[in-house]
Write a protein that binds this ligand. Structure first.
Ligand code: PLP
Length: 395
């Protein structure tokens, strides 16, 4: 029988029936070491028992009411996020793209409400990824994501990633700019760390302050402990004005959030924004439990295991011209040539991995990974890379 699904994904020929921690089991019972965590989603590992129990209990109690009414669990989750982020207010949606849509709408409202700018523009980066809705794909710096969907949403000014001079030039040329939207580490394009590390964010903060712009961080992939701090900006002393997050927030339960503070906190009022499923009791319970569990050790573990994995790859593959970048458990292993075929080879060896931008192995394992599992990732992937590079040199 042919599939009833729209072919929007080039799916690999494997499907999973259960998971446990860092491991997935396919429908034949074969086990795989999962270095993807559902693309930076399951920070607490697959089928985390505490989150599973919280979801089950909440499902038996109350799944959904409506934002027509007070939602005590949404208040609790907002307070927990305020506590971990240093931000002031939250809006809840169901995905990363939705969280970024809120950020984009906030920037426009900021322009109209506070700056008297009729046609506001937001600075976005080359190679960025912000989602697949019309506004977020327009913000995304990847032609493949945009092709076929014109006319794109207007109001974005694109500059090269990690290029402060280009931002300053745009500031001088365009009085309509009101915000910068940026990933602290670019994720989908293969874990691209700015050359100044997180110092980049401090420079962006200073530029935004100087120009009275909003600094809007897309922490959909870098947030929720992934880089070894709850949010990536916490590697610095700065606070952004707007933060979007999703992915790891519910450990697989779909929920996203847009957080604001300071001059971004008085922009939305009743009727400005909303979504039926945003912040349901069930979603909030899943996220609240995830935030609590992440803080009991997995975030600190991500920092330690990330260093261990990065050093492991440098030791094992440095001589082959392979470089490593990232922070915590958001790691890019950059090969000197296209290595997309490693995905299938690794899968045959029982390892799930992602290759982005042709030559960047992107590792995003669960944050609860043990030292033995971290070493196994380094050992198995290094062996594959060494064999692959030897073969392709010979070829
Ligand atoms: C940095 C970033 N922003 C936005 C998104 C979009 O999130 P979602 O797929 O939940 O809409 C992603 C997803 O990969 C992402 O990595």
């Amino acid at each position: 029988m042919t599939s009833a699904l729209m072919p929007t994904y080039a799916r690999q020929p494997v499907g999973f029936s259960r998971g446990e921690g860092v491991w997935l089991y396919d429908t034949q019972g074969r086990r795989y070491l999962d270095t993807t965590a559902g693309i930076a989603v399951c920070g607490l590992g697959h089928a985390n028992p505490v989150v599973a129990e919280a979801i089950a209990e909440q499902a038996r109690t109350l799944v959904h009411t409506s934002n027509l009414y007070e939602i005590p669990l949404q208040e609790e989750l907002g307070a927990a996020l305020r506590e971990v982020s240093g931000m002031e207010l939250c809006f809840f949606g169901n995905s990363g793209a939705e969280a970024n849509e809120a950020a984009i709408k906030l920037a426009r409202m900021f322009a109209h409400k506070h700056k008297n700018i009729a046609e506001p523009a937001i600075i976005v980066m080359e190679n960025s990824f912000h989602g697949r809705t019309l506004a977020t794909l327009s913000a995304t710096g990847n032609k493949k994501v945009q092709d076929g969907f014109g006319p794109l949403v207007q109001g974005f000014v694109r500059v090269p990633h990690d290029d402060i001079a280009a931002i300053e030039k745009a500031a001088a040329e365009n009085p309509n700019i009101v915000a910068i939207l940026v990933e602290p580490i670019q994720g989908e394009s293969g874990v691209r760390m700015p050359k100044d590390g997180f110092g980049y964010l401090e420079t962006l903060r200073a530029i935004c302050d100087k120009n009275d712009w909003l600094l809007m961080l897309d922490e959909i992939q870098t947030g929720n402990g992934r880089t070894g701090k709850y949010f990536a900006y916490q590697h610095t002393k700065i606070l952004p004005d707007v933060v979007s997050t999703a992915k790891g927030l519910g450990n697989g339960f779909p929920i996203g959030a847009c957080l604001v503070r300071g001059k971004a906190s008085d922009l939305f009022g009743p009727g400005n924004h909303g979504t039926t499923y945003g912040g349901t009791p069930l979603g909030c319970r899943a996220a609240l439990t995830t935030i609590q569990e992440l803080q009991k050790g997995p975030i600190a573990n991500a920092a330690v295991m990330g260093e261990r994995i990065m050093q492991g790859f440098r030791d094992k593959l440095g001589d082959l011209g392979v470089t490593v970048e990232g922070a915590g458990l958001m790691i890019g292993v950059v090969l000197p040539r296209n290595c997309t075929e490693l995905v299938a080879r690794a899968r045959d060896e029982g390892v799930l991995l992602i290759v982005s931008a042709d030559n960047r192995i992107r590792l995003l394992p669960p944050l609860i990974i043990t030292a033995e599992e971290a070493d196994l990732i380094v050992e198995k992937i290094s062996a594959l890379v060494r064999a692959f590079l030897a073969e392709t040199v010979a070829a």
